[in-house]
Design a protein around this ligand. Structure first.
Ligand code: EPU
Length: 417
């Protein structure tokens, strides 16, 4: 079994370069099949999630070539076959093939997607959107067949500003006849990046980044070159680590505005943080103050940073609270943080953290991707050795995390146990 072993207590300094955004990349790779020609995507992070999507592309006879940080995708010889259950359940983002295949071929056959167990994660809003565009959805247990004679633009108001549903509807509507309006659309920066990618291929999408997105259908999409934005969640994770044990730790190659909600929370707590044009420099300070954080859709505080932030709250004086509003099962890291020495209780969707507490290394589990990041953050400040299992969750979303942390002075290593 793969594990990570961390010896805590090191001061981290130097520079960490942030990779391309996982949650943009995992939609951009499936979206590339909408093109009739080769597309080049750069700043693609090397993650097991991106590898899984490349395997699915190969299974559709799409050629994928990796050259350093770029991926060249050629869908000109593609065939529309069922995406097997094995592939579908490898990751959440496999469901972006539903929108992309429906948009291109008017038919998609696949199974319920996988991903972290952080809640029930239904796909009803995606399917309702496809139906509004004229598709018929047939569902037999885990298998979904989504097909249409013709896709026609429609006005769709999402019940919730879902990231996945907004993207999937954009993908399906890109080649629909007429105009689609998505109201109450999600506004995450990844959505803007994906809309830009589609526009680079010839789509006509406006309003991405606001809650109303307009998609005027086009007949065909063509070759393009596109760059993935920096990963704001990876950047935020390292920034929190900097607040825990950094000394002038530079988080480089980022878009600071994407981290506004985190930066203002860190300043409120008392973290020493310098905001540059495309970087942050963060140092640990003494006497952090307790606070309350409520997760929300962008530009609110991201649920994906809630788990790493909880570790910092264990070091704040007083009673902090984390209110999780997006995922009903995103407190699985708490039991392991308490094993490390924190004092946290959970009631309903709120974690109450009494701090500061000293953490001591023990064996813990990465129950999901961001819980794993939280375990690493905790291990870095815990006394002694922390061993983390289920590290495959972490490798799904953090490129070269061991190498990046080692380069700034952390004692962290891969281990087989
Ligand atoms: N929801 C529904 N029905 C739907 C879709 C969503 O009820 O059809 C609900 C969900 O159950 C959840 C809420 O709406 O309660 C938000 O879901 P959303 O669709 O916005 O999330 P997602 O697209 O499945 C993406 C990221 C997540 C991130 C969320 C929220 C990807 C691949 N995943 O998920 O990232 O937490 O948006 O920002 O983009 C992560 O990176 O660790 C991660 C989990």
């Amino acid at each position: 079994m793969k594990a990570l072993e961390i010896t805590g207590g090191q001061e981290l300094s130097g520079t960490i370069r942030v990779s391309g955004a996982k949650n943009a990349c995992v939609a951009i790779l499936p979206a590339a099949i909408l093109s009739d020609e080769e597309v080049t995507v750069c700043n693609v992070p090397e993650l097991t999630d991106t590898d899984a999507l490349c395997e699915i592309l190969n299974s559709l006879n799409v050629s994928v070539k990796r050259a350093s940080e770029s991926v060249i995708i050629d869908p000109s010889k593609m065939i529309n076959v069922e995406i097997t259950e094995n592939y579908s359940k490898k990751l959440r983002a496999s469901y972006y093939f539903m929108g992309a295949l429906l948009g291109k071929y008017k038919k998609a056959v696949m199974y319920f997607p996988g991903g972290c167990s952080i809640g029930a994660r239904p796909i009803n809003l995606h399917l309702k959107g496809f139906e509004a565009l004229g598709a018929k959805v047939t569902n037999d247990r885990n298998k979904y067949i989504v097909e249409a004679d013709e896709l026609k633009g429609a006005n769709i108001c999402l019940d919730f500003a879902s990231v996945g549903a907004t993207i999937n509807i954009m993908l399906a509507a890109t080649k629909a006849k007429g105009t689609t309006i998505i109201d109450n659309a999600a506004r995450e920066p990844e959505i803007v990046n994906i809309a830009t990618f589609l526009n680079n291929m010839g789509a006509r999408i406006s309003g991405a980044g606001t809650s109303t997105i307009k998609i005027q259908g086009v007949d065909s999409l063509h070759k393009c070159f596109h760059e993935i934005i920096p990963d704001r969640i990876e950047a935020g994770t390292y920034t929190i680590i900097g607040a825990l044990c950094g000394k002038n730790l530079k988080i480089d190659n980022i878009i600071p505005e994407h981290l506004d909600s985190l930066i203002s929370k860190l300043i409120e707590i008392g973290v020493d943080i310098e905001v540059g044009q495309d970087y942050l420099v963060v140092s640990k300070k003494d006497n952090y103050k307790a606070t309350t954080v409520k997760t929300a859709v962008y530009p609110g505080f991201p649920t994906d940073l809630q788990q790493p932030l909880t570790v910092l709250l264990t070091q704040c004086s007083g009673k902090s609270k984390v209110i999780e509003t997006i995922w009903e099962n995103r407190f699985m890291h708490i039991v392991y943080l308490n094993n490390l020495g924190s004092d946290i209780t959970i009631k309903n969707q709120t974690a109450t953290i009494i701090g500061p507490t000293e953490l001591k290394g023990v064996k813990v589990v990465a129950t999901d991707l961001r819980a794993g990041a939280a375990m690493i953050a905790a291990g870095l400040i815990a006394e002694g050795t922390t061993t983390i299992t289920n590290v495959e969750h972490i490798l799904r979303g953090y490129e070269q995390i061991v190498e990046k942390l080692t380069s700034v002075g952390a004692k962290i290593r891969n281990k087989e146990i």
